[in-house]
Ligand binder design. Sequence first.
Ligand code: NAP
Length: 300
Amino acid sequence: MLTEMQIAIIGGDARQLEIIRKLTELDARLSLIGFEQLDHAFTGAVKEKLDEVDFANIDAIILPVAGTNYEGQVETIFSNEKVVLTEDILSKTPEHCTIYSGISNAYLNGIVKQSKRTLIQLFSRDDVAIYNSIPTVEGTIMMAIQHTDFTIHGSNLTVLGLGRCGMSIARAFHALGAKVKVGARKSEHLARITEMGVTPFHLSNIVNEVSDTDILINTIPCQIVSASVISKLPPHSLIIDIASKPGGTDFRYAEKRGIKALLAPSLPGIVAPKTAGQILADVLSQLLQDDLNNRKGKGK
Ligand code: NAP
């Protein structure tokens, strides 16, 4: 139980509702910032404005999956208020206050470091990223169906990257009957791709591998789908880029060539917010419980 914990949940989408539900069940006291348009009320949770919260009593801050943008603004689906997280706010919290987000950026890392607090990025955990790859795959399949006029079955599909998402995507599209090839740079990844029964290629050879691609799915968060790669794609091909913003595609060049290229962020939050929220809620409740137990053990 999280009976003695006071937690600020700042912004987010429908995934956050599962977190709120779980934490209130565990008896935590919640300050909800950026939720004033949410009709539902949760026992033990109070909707507040950012400047109304007494951060000196906050044991943990939970941010949306994206954390903040580069100016510190937190996305708030259930509010029109602009919510900006600052170093000043973090400095008001007790020293033990931990900040949880899905991913981070230079701004968020910077204010956490300056205020000497701890940031936990949930998506850098393998368990969260692997569970989260399940709704991500379903969202990717949805996009492939919506944006093509041919079946996935029998199509030539190229996946870039064999990380937590790349592996799940390659496996699911292979099972749907696509002819899948996967580009990676590590020899153990190339071995795993072969073991999975799909075709491996080394990323250094990417420009020679994409000329028959119907659908290209990028999971690599750096500029990998460059103009020279796009210039080799057939005109009818579709690029689905799921890598975190700004993606790994030269979208300007794709548009110039008339190739449809889609940046597809937050697919789990779109196709399965309940499941995606439950994945985060389960891990968060365990981490918060561990934190509380540690502090009790240290007498803090
Ligand atoms: P991951 O497990 O870290 O996999 C990333 C892959 O990219 C690995 O195969 C890695 O290969 C490769 N890579 C990274 N930098 C590279 C470089 N410079 N050159 C070549 N390969 C490189 O990450 P993940 O969990 O699969 O997530 C992949 C991306 O999708 C992330 O940006 C994540 O934020 C995003 N994501 C988006 C959604 C969505 O809904 N759109 C959902 C989940 C995740 P090495 O091992 O060789 O480095």
